[in-house]
Design a protein around this ligand. Sequence first.
Ligand code: PGA
Length: 237
Amino acid sequence: MTNSKKLIAGNWKMNPSSLCEAKALAQELAKSANDKADYLVCPPAAFLQTVKSSLEKSDIKLGAQDCAEFEGGAYTGQVSAKMLKSMACEYVIIGHSERRQYVNETDGQCVKKARQALLENITPIVCVGEDAQQREQGRAKDVVAKQISALLPIADNIIVAYEPLWAIGSGVSASHEDISLMHGFIREKIRNKILYGGSVNQDNARAILLINNVDGVLVGGASLDADKFLAIGKCAQ
Ligand code: PGA
């Protein structure tokens, strides 16, 4: 691992609802970010430029929530990794479960997207994780193993975020034991940072960040409130 600081990444998803609010949130973050952790915000593509300007004087990094699997061309509505690079994005989230679920993104597409990002020197944060039914059936490890095995050719260059679907947006994070076991399992293949995501907040972040092989967190809901997001960063050792 190149940098031992914890990475606190915010996935704004399809929020906030206006450019004005996005600017206000970014300005708030830029004003008060501490140096206990590395911060990353991933706003919607439509707000990248404004958020970039608002973060300019801070150390907070900029990322996107997705990129196209193609280099460019006739793909209406898509955003290429090259475009993200030109907007100073250093990271891109790939294969978030909401994309795998709602637009049927496959492991194969995730790899193509991650490769496009890498071509532009953008670090892909590839999300993996099982759903509630798969966990109940005792298949959590198999599901994650399959997702990771698709990534093996680029394993040295990506960050992985373990985000069990049942923990996302539920208000209840995975147990420390579950996180520890899964991160240990992923660590066998991934040398770079491994993030945990799923209902991380300012109250549970300290303990989660202390778990072996947790190199940071991917935060959804709590990243939309500057105070809460920065409080999570303060939990980093
Ligand atoms: P959450 O979302 O923190 O709101 O659970 C995490 C994510 O989906 O990345």
